[in-house]
Design a protein around this ligand. Structure first.
Ligand code: ARG
Length: 462
């Protein structure tokens, strides 16, 4: 076998790997996605080795030039990734030998693939977290725009999917802004934990070379080097944190998707979507289905699954490095790709959504949604204890239900029959818009509040 086809460890081995094992054991088809990070980390590593006089300067210079050439080759799709060399690290090292000859042999001094892969992966996840953050910002901006147009759009708020109390559709949308803002924090907080550079931990014990870990950490954009070489190569909690943030964010989006599916149904008819985000049926000519929302809801399972797989890989795994860990990257990449698509689809749904205001208001008037307002009125204006007011209001609801009318269709005379020592002269209590606008407590659905909150979120996002 020619030297260029040999594995790094071929001198110790009398036989090559079986075909099946080569295919299954190789991760190149997944981790080639780390080529930029791997080359970046190798260049900084080489610079450090030269600076510390661990390798000759002329070889260091050749290494860096060769690595940059490889990066261009990969970018131009001219690089041949080979399963035989297992992963991105060895593919690049092998190619470096082809380009610069024996000088390439100096690069792997004072490092191992174990610290190399975690370094690349951490750099990648940091960037991915910032990417997700940007996408979350665009989504939040779209939601705020839609909310601004729907401050006065009244709809029933639900508990148990039963009409509960009138709310503003903008207020409903802003609930998701709160969730997404916390999602952003989850991704950003994780960066803080990732921010320690593993490079220089070598296989697991550290190294006897006089390396400068502060230098590599800083140049690679980390706050500091990791403090324990074993922990550095064996832990993947940063991947779990990313997967967990992704799963939580996907969960939020699945709830939005489910709400939209319900609100778009003929039974509710609160929302209409543009044809841009709908599909038809191959048999039922009339159909317009909200597929993107269903895809979002479904894909959340993928984000959950990846998190669960990573947790399971880690469970009981002795420290430090085991090949089990190799699957970490596929899990994170797939979770990232899925979440990105989910967020893009959510953004398009929001953008392409129109509210059916008349229907929403009519629905808000159904189900005696202002019964609490009546009880509150008796407490505030007529000094009722809340429980007595509640009981009185229940009786009024029973009466209206029997008569098959809404509360705002009752006359003052009918209402006053339920009040013994007092009477009311204000029928506006039963108006759904007044009800909505009366919820002025901080975080409540009154239009005034909603306007202020939109202002606040806009300021925060700038
Ligand atoms: N491709 C490997 C992974 O992703 C790199 C580390 C290999 N280390 C080893 N000791 N075999 O986990």
């Amino acid at each position: 076998m020619k030297n260029k086809n040999k594995t790094v460890w071929s001198n110790r081995f009398s036989k090559g790997n079986s075909r099946n094992f080569q295919r299954i054991g190789s991760s190149i088809n997944t981790d080639k996605r780390l080529y930029k990070e791997d080359i970046f980390a190798s260049i900084i590593h080489a610079q450090m080795l030269v600076k510390q006089r661990i390798i000759p300067k002329k070889d260091g210079t050749k290494i860096i030039k060769g690595l940059k050439k490889i990066e261009k080759e990969i970018e131009k799709n001219k690089f041949k990734f080979k399963e035989k060399f297992e992963d991105i690290h060895q593919n690049i090292e092998k190619r470096l030998f082809e380009i610069i000859g024996q000088s390439a042999g100096y690069l792997h001094t004072a490092r191992s693939r174990n610290d190399q892969v975690v370094t690349d992966f951490k750099i990648w996840i940091k960037k991915a977290s910032l990417d997700i953050n940007d996408i979350l910002n665009s989504l939040i901006k779209s939601i705020l725009k839609k909310a601004e147009k729907n401050i006065y759009t009244v709809m029933p708020g639900f508990t148990h999917l039963k009409n509960a109390q009138p709310i503003s559709f903008a207020h409903y949308l802003l609930a998701y802004v709160e969730m997404l803002n916390r999602d952003k924090k989850r991704f950003l907080n994780n960066i803080d934990l990732i921010d320690e550079c593993p490079l220089g931990s070598a296989a697991l014990a550290g190294t006897s070379y006089k390396i400068d870990r502060q230098f590599t950490a800083k140049k690679l954009g980390f706050k500091k080097p990791t403090g324990n070489s074993i922990d550095a190569v064996c832990d993947r909690d940063f991947a779990i944190d990313f997967l967990s943030a992704a799963a939580t964010c996907a969960m939020h989006m699945s709830r939005l998707a489910e709400d939209f599916i319900i609100f778009n149904s003929e039974a509710f008819n609160f929302l209409k979507f543009s044809d841009r985000v709908l599909t038809g049926s191959s048999i039922m000519p009339q159909k317009k289905n909200p597929d993107p929302a269903e895809l979002i809801r479904g894909k959340t399972a993928i984000n959950y699954g990846k998190l669960n797989s990573m947790l399971t890989i880690m469970k009981g795994l002795p420290i430090s490095y085991y090949k089990d860990l190799q699957d970490d990257k596929a899990l994170v990449f797939e979770s990232y790709d899925t979440l990105k698509d989910t967020l893009l689809m959510a953004n398009e749904l929001i953008y392409n959504l129109n509210t059916n205001k008349i229907n929403m208001k009519q629905m808000a008037q159904k189900g005696y949604t202002t019964a609490t307002d009546f009880a509150d009125y008796l407490v505030k204006k007529k000094n009722f204890p809340f429980r007595e007011a509640y009981a009185t209001s229940s009786k009024l609801v029973n009466y209206a239900e029997k008569k098959k009318v809404r509360l705002d269709e009752l006359s003052l005379k009918e209402i006053n029959k339920f009040l013994k020592k007092t009477e009311i002269d204000n029928i506006k209590i039963f108006d759904v818009v007044s009800s909505m606008n009366s919820k002025i407590s901080y975080g409540g659905t009154a239009s005034k509040n909603v306007k202020n909150m939109i202002k606040k979120y806009k300021k925060e996002i700038r």
